[in-house]
Design a protein around this ligand. Structure first.
Ligand SMILES: [Zn+2]
Ligand SMILES: [Zn+2]
Length: 325
């Protein structure tokens, strides 16, 4: 499924492409499932600069290795995951200090590299993960970004006990389970009137669920914002306790409205989370089966990608949308 030209109203086109051939250090996977992420909508809408074009979207790829270039130690037949972080330079200050997620020259899957809205994809083997055996492909796909970025955001929330999650989509439905398992308390904030989303959040361990404009039943120690709406930043600052952290977990957000300094005062911290490191991926994929994280997925055929994206935009996906070629 190919994106030719991003912008408002853009869609993907079904095209038969030549089989991608892995170069040195790369492998080719036969795609079994590819998660649909909000970032895909931002690329589609032209909100992220300079995508590769034409482009195959998709950065939560689960598939089986069917060919490998030189210098690859993953065997054919092995099931791997291909995440958002597709390549880093390995030599800049960020790479050398364990922060490859911030590498200036990083290349991202389904954005600057062709991704997994396809039957086959090629990836740099060093950035692929082994998929835990207990996860079937469709259930594993949302772990690769929704889970992984959510996990990084949760870690950056520190040892917060009371955690608010704004936007209860693919990420929050994974991370609520991890947070509960770690002994934290979860409060879910959804779109106004989304009774189904609130019920879903409670079923995954949220002790309270309400609308994003609602007052929290008690002050929170941290809030993670998954929805791309800037007005949630002052709303979240308003519900966190002194010393609390507000983490913006999305790659793109509408402008943040101005707010009184009082909301930040009291050593509240406002920060973003960018991308992932390979260490995050290894840590999270080892932890997920121990929780065990269970993902709710809504499968779509590969050529139904536009439909899946529209449903994600409308907020009518319960859990995560996954394309299944
Ligand atoms: Zn670098
Ligand atoms: Zn993503």
């Amino acid at each position: 499924m190919v994106l030719d030209s991003p912008g408002p109203g853009a869609g993907l086109r079904d095209e038969e492409l030549p089989e991608p051939e892995p170069g040195a250090g790369q492998l080719r996977v036969r795609v079994e499932a590819c998660g649909v992420c909000r970032t895909d909508l931002h690329v589609l809408d032209g909100e992220l600069p300079d995508p590769k074009l034409p482009l195959v979207l998709g950065h939560q790829i689960v598939g089986v290795v069917d060919a490998a270039g030189e210098e690859v130690d993953l065997a054919r037949g092995e099931r791997v995951g291909v995440p958002w972080l597709g390549w880093t330079c390995g030599e800049c200050g960020f790479c050398l200090s364990g922060r490859e997620n911030l590498c200036d020259r990083a290349l991202f899957t389904g954005y600057q590299l062709d991704g997994g809205y396809a039957e086959a994809a090629v990836a740099d083997a060093r950035f692929c993960f082994r998929i835990p055996e207990s996860y079937p492909p469709q259930q594993a796909a949302p772990l690769l970004c929704a889970g992984l970025i959510g996990f990084r955001a949760l870690r950056l929330a520190g040892d917060a006990e009371r955690v608010g999650l704004y936007g209860f989509g693919a990420s929050a439905h994974v991370i609520a389970q991890v947070a509960r398992w770690q002994g934290r308390r979860v409060f879910a904030f959804t779109r106004e009137g989304d009774a189904d989303g609130q019920e879903f959040a409670r079923s995954l361990g949220a002790e309270w669920a309400g609308a994003s404009g609602d007052a929290s039943p008690e002050p929170l120690d941290a809030a993670i914002i998954f929805a791309p709406a800037g007005e949630l930043v002052p709303a979240a600052l308003r519900v966190v306790e002194k010393g609390g952290v507000v983490v913006c977990a999305g790659i793109h957000m509408s402008d943040i409205p101005s707010f009184p300094y009082d909301l930040l005062w009291g050593e509240r911290v406002l920060r973003s989370v960018a991308n992932l490191t390979r260490a995050d991926g290894e840590e999270f994929l080892a932890l997920a089966p121990r929780v065990p994280v269970q993902t709710s997925v809504q499968p779509f055929g590969l050529t139904e990608a536009n439909d899946a994206l529209a449903r994600l935009r409308a907020g009518t996906i319960r859990g995560a949308a996954v394309l299944v070629p």
